[in-house]
Design a protein around this ligand. Structure first.
Ligand code: G6P
Length: 356
């Protein structure tokens, strides 16, 4: 059944693998044969177009997916987009624009922090959409509109396929509401093929995880732009299941304080997929390496250099997060196995947090 581990030792590994199928499922659901959008109510598109600002509100990994989606909405719709942590927004509501539109991202649709925000904004009369994996959940029922992530049940506490599904649905929605000049159906199909290529090289990440992280209690993920957005999710994956304290950082900000934490052997994973900032990130990698860091560079093919630890296939740069996160998920998985910990059930965490 869908909720059976089957041949897999852990749900997390199964769910990492399933990301490719989910990508294809979403493409089939949201695009027709001719590449035109379907299954998104015109009213949703009209509501987005009528907004002067979009507010993405979410928690945890869903919040991190929002950080990626912001770029799609801003680039393709031209509407300024803010991303907020629901537990903060709920009690410290920022000054809103005249015509805000709210997008809630959630795997479960039940996160209490996000429900609190939705309650608040419904009372204020603002329009909202929930994008969730569990349809018929509280967040999907109480928003004006809802769209499905179609990722199938996600059981492992560490979210994987919901994240990539959220990124894909955000891209599709931004494309539908805007003018992306991108053949998104085709670009997503290419990305799905390349996701599989990475997943097929799992063993490489087992080696990387063991070599870079064994015996270490702290690590960093760095990157700029979309790679900075993925870096925070990559760090969350690693820390929440392996208990290695990991910070995801905007690479250019390291020099303003955090670089003092770098010691001989500190593992620093660098994500390098954005051409505009690749040279700068190379410089930042050299700066931490000069202070003794063990740098592990995960780069896009067209930006790769000889000693990079893993080279990702090239897809549309905006869609690179769909690829970049997979090494991070697998590194987290194998680092956790290496510590003999329960990958699917990290201590102190719940799959869905229904209390504030
Ligand atoms: C919990 C889970 C996280 C998840 C977060 C938000 O903390 O452990 O994996 O990202 O809730 O959940 P949601 O269901 O709203 O995406």
């Amino acid at each position: 059944s869908e909720t059976d581990k089957g041949i897999y030792p852990y749900y997390m590994l199964k769910e990492i693998d399933e990301q490719v199928v989910v990508a294809h499922t979403l493409a089939q659901y949201y695009f027709d044969e001719a590449g035109q959008i379907r299954n998104i109510d015109d009213k949703i598109i009209e509501a987005i177009k009528a907004a002067d600002r979009l507010y993405i509100v979410a928690a945890g990994t869903s919040y991190h997916a929002g950080l990626v989606g912001k770029r799609y909405f801003e680039q393709w719709t031209g509407i300024p987009t803010e991303v907020h942590i629901s537990s903060e927004f709920a009690y410290d509501q920022p000054l809103l624009s005249q015509h805000p539109f709210f997008i809630f991202l959630s795997q479960s649709g039940e996160t209490a922090d996000s429900r609190e925000v939705l309650d608040n904004i419904v009372k204020q009369g603002f329009p909202s959409l929930t994008v969730a994996n569990v349809m018929n959940s509280t967040l999907t029922r109480e928003a004006d509109f809802a769209l499905p992530l179609l990722a199938g049940p996600e059981i492992a506490v560490a979210s994987t396929k919901a994240y990539t599904a959220q990124i894909i649905v955000e891209a599709i929605l931004a494309h539908a509401a805007g003018n992306s000049h991108v053949d998104l159906k085709n670009e997503l199909a290419k990305a799905a093929v390349e996701m599989q290529v990475i997943i097929d090289q799992k063993a490489a990440f087992k080696t990387i995880a063991e070599e870079a992280l064994r015996g270490h209690q702290s690590a960093f993920y760095i990157g700029r732009g979309l790679d900075a957005a993925v870096a925070v999710e990559a760090a969350l994956k690693l820390k929440e299941i392996s208990y290695i304290q990991t910070e995801g950082f905007a690479a250019g900000e390291l020099k303003h304080g955090t670089i003092s934490l770098i010691e001989e052997g500190t593992p620093v994973f660098a994500l390098l997929t954005q051409s505009k900032t690749a040279g700068l990130v190379r410089g930042e990698i050299a700066q931490v390496a000069a202070r003794g860091a063990n740098t592990v560079i995960i780069s896009g093919k067209s930006l790769a250099k000889k000693n990079d630890a893993f080279v990702l296939p090239d897809v549309n740069e905006l869609l690179m997060p769909l690829l970049t996160v997979i090494p991070a998920q697998l590194i987290a998985y194998y680092a956790t196995l290496d510590r003999n910990l329960d990958v699917d059930r990290p201590r102190n965490l719940a799959k869905s947090v229904t209390v504030q």
